[in-house]
Design a protein around this ligand. Structure first.
Ligand code: ARG
Length: 450
């Protein structure tokens, strides 16, 4: 087993089952770059405060820079025998610079390190994710604009309701995605990066020193825009807060819910029964038994993964709810749900962007659906209202007319004028039938600011 960051008070070796059970290196290796940033800052602080000589600080910095470089080039060998990423980096540094590395942990605790690294990771991940979301939103707008003339049946309760522009339908998802970007922005703004909490009670180094050096270096590596640095105001809270993880995975759950609804709409639209859209073959899969099948598995997985996202959120919320202050090892379990949620959403955004770019809309089939007269029932009510009939009465008249049409299997359009007049003498057939037109219907809606 690899060297640990603790052990002096133990006379027995750790049971291998315990080693295996408690380690987190298999997933927290993803924090490597950010843990190294924290260590580089820490060296600067130790030098400024006299814990390290200039020479020692330079040697440690060079060693950390070297490791950081190998991590970035994906050449760093993560020692899976280590307890966690903090241990792996400490051991690698010791290999590189010798026992001088043992001074790095002066006035430092992994309880503080892990929060720093995870917060940095979250800020970076949110930055990338926002780009992916905006790319999907842009694709949706492009597809909507390319098909701007198409009108589709709109639904409530999954029943034909009123005609709407496809553009508006798709843009509804763009609106959700823009809110998702904003929401992740608030989450990111709310992450306050700080150093100096120690294990829980603070360290002998001044709060200003930590803030100054962290701010300076984070600016130097051009992460200043993405990261809010502040001094530790409560060290107990600093090491035991995981709100930021919960906030991110909750924002991601909302995003995943939006993507799932979009997926569900497209699944329905791609069925034989609807046939509104054709999903490109490159984004479909087949069946091992039924040769005719072209399935929307991508969309089904997007829908299915929403459940995984919610599970991740509930898992961290539940893990946190009973923990006394301050750090408890339970908190190590925040990382898999966090990384998993970020990774799932990131691949969903990418695959959906590709799928939507190549989507084809089946204008003829959609036009068939628009022949359903019930879609225009509300417009017929407005016609009578314009003729001076009270809305409630007009609603009843058109309701009866629709029922008559269904019961007698006759289209309203095909009814003679004298029959129509039995429902209301205000009906002039020539004017009335003009309303069975999707374009007339959507154009009559003036309340939307486009
Ligand atoms: N791997 C740990 C985590 O992610 C690091 C902190 C460990 N601290 C401790 N006191 N055992 O939470």
């Amino acid at each position: 087993m690899a060297k640990k960051l603790w052990g002096g008070r133990f006379s027995k070796k750790t049971d291998p089952l315990v080693e295996e059970f408690t380690k987190s290196i298999q997933y927290d290796y993803k924090l490597a770059e950010y843990d190294l940033i924290g260590s580089i800052i820490h060296v600067k602080i130790l030098k400024k405060t006299g814990y390290l000589t200039s020479d020692e600080a330079n040697k440690l910095s060079d060693g950390l820079d070297y490791i950081c470089d190998t991590v970035k080039k994906k050449k760093f060998k993560f020692d899976r025998k280590c307890e966690d990423i903090h241990t792996a980096i400490q051991n690698a540094l010791q290999k590189k610079v010798g026992d001088l590395a043992l001074k790095l942990h002066t006035a430092r605790s992994r309880n503080d390190q892990v929060v720093f690294a995870t917060k940095m990771y979250c800020n970076m991940a949110i930055g990338y994710l926002k780009i992916d979301i905006l790319r999907l939103a842009k694709t949706i707008i492009e597809v909507a604009n390319d098909n701007a003339q198409i009108i589709i049946p709109g639904f409530t309760h999954m029943q034909h309701a009123q005609p709407v522009y496809l553009n508006d339908y798709l843009s509804a998802y763009k609106e959700m995605l823009v809110r998702d970007v904003d929401r992740l922005g608030y989450v990111s703004d709310n992450i306050k990066i700080c150093m100096g909490a120690g294990a829980l009670a603070g360290t002998p180094i001044s709060a200003e020193e930590y803030k100054l050096k962290a701010e300076e270096f984070i600016k130097e590596i051009k992460m200043g825009e993405a990261c809010n640095v502040q001094a530790v105001t409560n060290s107990l809270d600093a090491v035991s807060d995981r709100d930021f993880v919960i906030e991110i995975i909750s924002a991601l759950s909302i995003l995943a819910m939006h993507l799932s609804r979009l997926a569900e709409d497209f699944i329905i639209w791609s069925t034989k029964e609807f046939d509104f859209i054709e999903i490109d073959e490159a984004f479909c899969t087949g069946s091992s038994l039924m040769p005719q099948k072209k399935n929307a598995d991508v969309l089904e997985l997007v829908r299915g993964y929403a459940g995984r996202l919610y599970g991740n959120l509930v898992s961290v919320l539940t893990m946190m709810k009973g923990l006394p202050l301050t750090y408890n090892r339970d908190m190590q379990l925040d990382k898999e749900p966090l990384f998993n949620s970020l990774e799932i959403v990131s691949s969903e955004l990418k695959v959906l962007t590709g799928l939507i770019k190549t989507l084809k809309f089946n204008k003829e089939k959609i036009a068939e659906h628009l022949k359903d007269e019930s879609l225009y029932a509300t417009d017929l009510v407005y016609y009578l209202v314009d003729e001076g009939i009270a809305f409630k009465n007009a609603h009843t008249i058109i309701g009866k007319l629709i029922k008559y049409s269904l019961d007698n299997e006759i289209l309203i359009k095909d009814m003679p004028e004298n029959l129509l007049k039995k429902f209301s003498d205000k009906i002039v057939k020539k004017e009335f039938v003009k309303l069975f037109d999707p374009l007339v219907s959507v154009k009559s809606k003036k309340s939307i600011k486009r």
